[in-house]
Design a protein around this ligand. Structure first.
Ligand SMILES: [Zn+2]
Length: 308
């Protein structure tokens, strides 16, 4: 057998496959790229493998998934591709990459409220219809995760879609927001999660309080009213009309958002005033000292001249 000094595209491709099996991804990528640049070898196949290696380090980048999908489409009629020790079904890979890219687009988009919620539900349905109970090929290969399936993604995205609605609705209608959190919690629980975070919000959103300052009644703790530290004496606590809530330790009261922001903004203004005044005084003291130092320096110079 003749010794080959220069490897052709086919040899390089074979070499790339070996490196993939060994997990030497970057070397594999370089060799596969060389096989594409040289004559011979199966360029379309090498490009799919390169796209997969590129995706590995950027599982949150929709563009990297679309790149795999578009390269895989060019050889879809072959049915499967061997990548390391895994045999990948090409049409499943394409579907998965396209749906995942869509999901990431929706998650990264600046849309809010109903628009975002509808988009999340559309992707959720696609996940369930197109991937179903199958685990994600990419997550299995690159994230060592075989528990995420089309169905678990469906539940997750449906939960998220209702949480998005709740986040928007809570400003106008905390009760409605609590209902959305309830639905979200149902989806999370169907997915084996506790839904603890949803429960916490349901409690907050359903909680009603009378403001200690203005007497207004509001619903939605942390949104429309806040807990704030205060010294509530026993006498104050015992003479309130029963509607005013305070912590068992009498260490704080509840006030509405309007009172809370009015007090904290006024406090900010006052402290900014003090800060500016203090800084002004420091600056003028600094200027006085600089002038004195300059005067002393001049005296030292003239003394030196006299001594010489
Ligand atoms: Zn108030």
């Amino acid at each position: 057998m003749a010794f080959k000094l220069f490897k052709n595209g086919d040899d390089l491709h074979e070499n790339g496959d070996e490196l993939i099996k060994r997990g030497e991804w970057q070397k594999a990528r370089n060799v596969l790229q060389k096989s594409v640049d040289k004559d011979g070898g199966d360029d379309s196949l090498a490009l799919v493998k390169i796209a997969l290696i590129d995706l590995m380090g950027q599982l949150n980048n929709p563009g990297a998934y679309r790149n795999v999908a578009s390269k895989a489409k060019s050889i879809e009629n072959r049915g499967t591709v061997d990548f390391g020790i895994t045999t990948i079904n090409l049409s499943e890979l394409i579907t998965e990459c396209e749906v995942t890219a869509k999901k990431l687009d929706v998650l990264n988009s600046g849309s809010k409220g109903k628009e975002k919620s509808d988009a999340l539900q559309a992707v959720a349905t696609e996940m369930e219809d197109k991937i179903g109970q199958k685990p994600f090929i990419i997550r299995q290969m690159f994230a060592n995760d075989s528990t995420t399936t089309g169905e678990t993604e469906f539940y997750n995205l449906m939960a998220l879609s209702y949480e998005v609605l709740a986040d928007e609705e809570v400003w106008n209608n905390p009760q409605k927001a609590a209902e959305y959190q309830q639905i979200a919690m149902g989806y999370r629980q169907q997915n084996g999660q506790t839904g603890e975070e949803n429960m916490k919000r349901i409690k907050q959103y359903s909680c009603t309080s009378k403001c200690w300052m203005c007497g207004r009644i509001s619903t939605g703790e942390g949104i429309h009213f806040f807990q704030t530290p205060a010294d509530v004496s026993e006498a104050l606590n015992s003479t309130n009309d029963g509607n005013l809530k305070s912590a068992p330790d009498n260490g704080h009261i509840y006030i509405c958002r309007a009172c809370y922001t009015a007090v904290s903004r006024r406090a900010d203004e006052i402290s900014t005033g003090y800060y500016n005044r203090a800084i002004g005084e420091i600056r003028s003291a600094e200027a006085r000292l600089q002038a004195e130092i300059a005067g002393l320096q001049a005296q030292i110079t003239s003394l030196r001249l006299t001594v010489r």
